[in-house]
Design a protein around this ligand. Structure first.
Ligand code: FES
Length: 100
């Protein structure tokens, strides 16, 4: 079985928001199931960091307090994303805005 892939942004803004602590938490934690890549190349969404990509899916605001729980949910494909404007398809925006 191929290992799943976890990427963590360790560029300045994510690091300043706790990405280093998140990286320390996942170090060695998934060595049998996932490959972990730490990069200093910004993912381009610094304002909502720390950012982690699990199997190509971006996760925002991954803070040390709940990082392992959220990453494990994502690895299992069970992410529970809060509904927000940013997660809506353009076709769904009208009904979302009407509900506000
Ligand atoms: S610093 Fe991490 S996304 Fe920009």
């Amino acid at each position: 079985m191929d290992k799943q892939k976890i990427e963590i942004c360790l560029a300045a803004k994510c690091k300043g928001r706790g990405a280093g602590a998140v990286a320390a938490l996942i170090d060695g934690k998934y060595e049998n199931t996932a490959s972990i890549s730490k990069t200093i190349e910004c993912f381009g969404c610094c304002g909502v960091g720390p950012n982690v990509i699990v199997e190509g899916r971006m996760m925002h605001q991954v803070y040390p307090e709940d990082a392992l729980l959220r990453i494990e949910e994502e690895l299992r494909g069970e992410r529970k994303e809060k509904p927000s404007l940013g997660s809506k398809a353009l076709d769904d925006l009208d009904s979302f805005l009407d509900a506000l």
